[in-house]
Ligand binder design. Structure first.
Ligand SMILES: *Cc1c(COP(=O)(O)O)cnc(C)c1O
Length: 379
């Protein structure tokens, strides 16, 4: 008999989601607007330390609207983290931008601030500044904002924060999502909170969120008939989805605690193995440990990351390699890249273990037991 599948990061209902959804049904607010959308925008904005938020159909939609509103267009260069999910970059390419991929640093697995600052200075001195910089808060950990924000400010280059994986994280006491002109969150089914699919754009300046809502509802000019002077999108979040999101957001701290506890369990059970290194928590903030990630050095561990992943899969356990860097993706072949060796090595050796906030200690022990059994270290 096959054992019940252990997923990487499944949805977890533990609050008032059902109550809010029932309310949406009872009041007939089954539409891409309504009281739960308004309330979810207020509540999520507060969690991100921003005054304004616009609820959208996905994190990708939030990133796309941010790119569009900043006027990113044909052939514009945008500095972006290479070690990320493709959605970060797709949103730029929808507007025909030219991504310039920047490598990660080993200390946080996030964008290497020295490379970003160096490239901005170099481009700035030669009068060819990029149109924007996009940071990604990877696996629940913020990028190192102080130097990046400083350099962007000095050169007048707008920053977009892709905080899709980092709701609940912090950097120097400020929440993920509070950096840059705009930030994007995702509520896809695998994220720390889900709406079954959804996203949010947050900003300090209300003009951005107002414009985002306008573009997300087919850019309807104020008129009794349907009047359009711009191309719009159908990117709004439904009131039913927002109801789920409100229930989820109320329990954010519990979720962060559960994911950090998973990480601690894995460290206790696997930390002594040769060749295993966990993703470091940078000293500047709190990582949510959205996913517990580690690297496996085959020379010391005696097996590769892929050996371990397949051993887990054989036991019906879902684990995933760390993101394949965007500069190695066939679809982005030919794009400029700054560095690259660090993200390449993290991809080659990196594995993400089951990390859901509803994972049991027994599940973690089972996963860890299989990883441990793969170790063929000699001596
Ligand atoms: C999930 C994710 C997105 C996209 O969010 P969707 O809601 O799935 O569109 C963007 N960037 C990163 C880094 C992500 O992990």
């Amino acid at each position: 008999m096959t054992k019940a599948r252990v997923y990487l990061s499944p949805p977890h209902l533990l609050g008032r989601e059902r109550e809010f959804v029932t309310e949406a049904f009872d009041t007939n607010w089954i539409a891409p607007l309504g009281p739960h959308v308004d309330a979810f925008e207020r509540e999520l904005a507060a969690a991100a330390g921003r005054p304004h938020a616009a609820a959208l159909s996905s994190g990708t939609a939030a990133l796309h609207l941010a790119a569009r509103m900043l006027g990113i267009g044909d052939g514009d260069e945008v500095l972006v983290s290479s070690l990320t999910f493709s959605a970060t970059v797709n949103a730029l390419v929808y507007e025909r931008a030219r991504p310039v991929f920047v490598d990660a640093t080993r200390t946080s697995w996030n964008l290497d601030p020295a490379l970003v600052v160096g490239e901005l200075d170099r481009l700035g001195r030669s009068g060819r500044l990029p149109k924007a910089v996009v940071t990604v808060d990877l696996y629940g950990q913020c990028a190192d904002y102080a130097p990046i924000v400083e350099a962007c400010g000095r050169w007048g280059v707008p920053l977009i924060e892709d905080a899709a994986e980092a709701l609940g994280a912090s950097y120097q006491g400020r929440p993920a999502g509070s950096f840059g002109v705009m930030a994007a969150f995702s509520f896809n089914g695998n994220k720390i909170i889900t709406t079954s699919g959804g996203g949010m754009l947050v900003a300090d300046d209300e003009r951005w969120t107002k414009q985002a809502r306008f573009l997300a509802t087919q850019a309807r000019d104020p008129a009794p008939h349907y009047e359009h002077s711009q191309i719009g999108f159908n990117y709004r979040m439904s009131n039913v989805a927002a109801a789920i999101g409100r229930g989820q957001l109320e329990t954010l701290e519990q979720r962060v605690a559960a994911r950090r506890r998973n990480f601690e369990w894995y460290v206790e059970l696997l930390g002594d193995l040769p060749g295993i290194d966990f993703m470091p928590e940078a000293p500047y903030g709190r990582c949510t440990r959205w996913l517990t990630c580690l690297t496996i050095d085959p020379a010391r561990f005696g097996a590769t990351r892929e050996d371990v992943r397949l051993a887990l899969e054989a036991e019906n356990i879902e684990a995933r390699p760390v993101w394949k860097p965007m500069h190695l993706q066939p679809v982005f072949a030919g794009c400029r890249v700054i560095g690259g060796a660090v993200s390449e090595e993290l991809f080659e050796k990196g594995l993400c273990l089951p990390s859901g906030s509803n994972l049991s200690q027994a599940d973690v022990e089972r996963v860890a037991g299989i990883v441990r059994a793969c170790c063929r270290a000699v001596g």
